[in-house]
Design a protein around this ligand. Structure first.
Ligand SMILES: Cc1cc2nc3c(=O)[nH]c(=O)nc-3n(C[C@H](O)[C@H](O)[C@H](O)COP(=O)(O)O)c2cc1C
Length: 347
């Protein structure tokens, strides 16, 4: 799906009123922005004239704070607090309540200033609250900074939206370029394609102990690719705690800064990087530092807890279809049952 370039007067008016509100329930793109000195607001104002989207402004609960005073003392303290304890809700400054139904959106554009090379604290607060609900949404970033590069902001977004589909085509506008925002936004939108991006890759793997079989869809991270590249494997699986089956690949899984941290519901495949082992969850686990999500079970998740002994871990390819996937659509579901019924009825 290509972003639609149409203007929306109601959105512009809402922006001018600076009210956190949503419009047009049918719209599928949400722009969530925070701005302290107005640069990001100017950029989003231009964006909303060129893009059919709902816009919401994130506002700190405490009004009138000067984050830049005393050599950016307040802003610096907030960012420092989040850096030290990113999993602690009390690290994040309170924001005004936001009324939003994320299920209305496929695409979310997060627009924020850069503070001390990180995402401005109030936007981090918003994503800390809502990021886990942005699973499978297409995520793009717009960042305004005086001069610093935006990689720290991108990392914050990936940490706070652990299962977002990051488009990796972010717009960085320096504060000195704010007056050119209309042109820069138009250029960015012109090249921005949200065509079927996916955090899921084509990589599928089958894990089996000969009796129990689980198929996982891997995500597009470097860690998942690293595991995929070392297949097939034959390794021992062990139980850990009362929610994990783990195995140790013969060589270390490598990973980059694209890793996804987040809560791990049952069925999650993950790398526990401190121990270099792969974890298959049959019970839920919380986000943990260095625990990187590799994928999700798409078949046989209920069998994870029964895996034992020596397991084979292999790629699922076109020549090794998924067991039960009668119509070869990559899934085992009711359509396969229908396919079997049709076959029987035709006979
Ligand atoms: C607390 C704070 C910290 C900042 N830290 C940086 C920084 O490390 N590097 C940088 O290039 N700009 C930094 N800036 C500048 C802002 O990123 C820049 O002015 C941006 O355009 C502000 O956007 P806004 O007007 O929407 O708030 C900082 C600004 C504040 C308030």
């Amino acid at each position: 799906m290509k972003i639609r370039l149409i203007s929306s007067l109601s959105l512009v008016m809402a922006m001018m009123m600076c009210m956190p509100q949503l419009h047009a329930a049918e719209a599928r793109t949400l722009v969530a922005y925070y701005s302290f000195t107005g640069n990001v607001r100017t950029i989003v104002n231009q964006l909303s004239q060129q893009l059919d989207a709902d816009v919401i402004e994130i506002e700190p609960a405490e009004e009138g704070l000067d984050y830049a005073a005393n050599n950016y003392a307040i802003g610096s303290a907030l960012i420092g607090g989040i850096r030290e304890h990113p999993d602690d809700p009390s690290s994040y400054p309170a924001i005004k309540p936001v009324r939003i139904d994320l299920s209305n959106y496929d695409n979310i554009i997060v627009a924020a200033p850069l503070w001390w090379s990180q995402m401005a604290a109030p936007m981090q607060s918003f994503l800390f609250q809502y990021g886990s609900m942005m699973q499978d949404k297409n995520i793009s970033l717009i960042v305004s900074s005086a001069s610093s590069g935006i990689s720290g902001v991108v990392s914050d977004a990936k940490r706070l939206i652990p299962r977002g589909r990051f488009i990796n085509d972010n717009l960085w506008i320096r504060s000195s370029q704010t007056s050119q925002a209309a042109t820069l936004v138009a250029q960015w939108l012109g090249g921005l394609t949200l065509d079927e991006p996916s955090s899921d890759s084509d990589m599928r793997i089958r894990v089996s102990d000969g009796t129990h079989t689980v198929v996982f869809a891997l995500n597009e991270t470097s860690a998942a690719q690293s595991l995929y590249d070392m297949l097939p494997l034959s390794v021992e699986v062990n139980n850990y705690g009362n929610n994990e089956k783990i195995f140790y690949p013969p060589t270390t899984i490598t990973f980059g800064d694209d890793c996804i941290e987040g809560d791990c519901p049952a069925g999650t495949l993950a790398l526990f990087s401190p121990w270099d082992n792969v974890v298959m969850y049959y019970g839920a686990a919380s986000r943990y530092s260095g625990l990187y999500i590799l994928g999700t079970a798409i078949e046989g998740a209920e069998a994870i807890g029964s895996l034992s002994g020596t397991i084979t871990v292999e790629k699922v390819t076109a020549t090794s279809p998924i067991k039960g996937d009668v119509n070869a659509d990559g899934k085992v579901d009711v359509s396969d049952v229908n396919e079997v019924i049709n076959i029987i009825l035709k006979v």
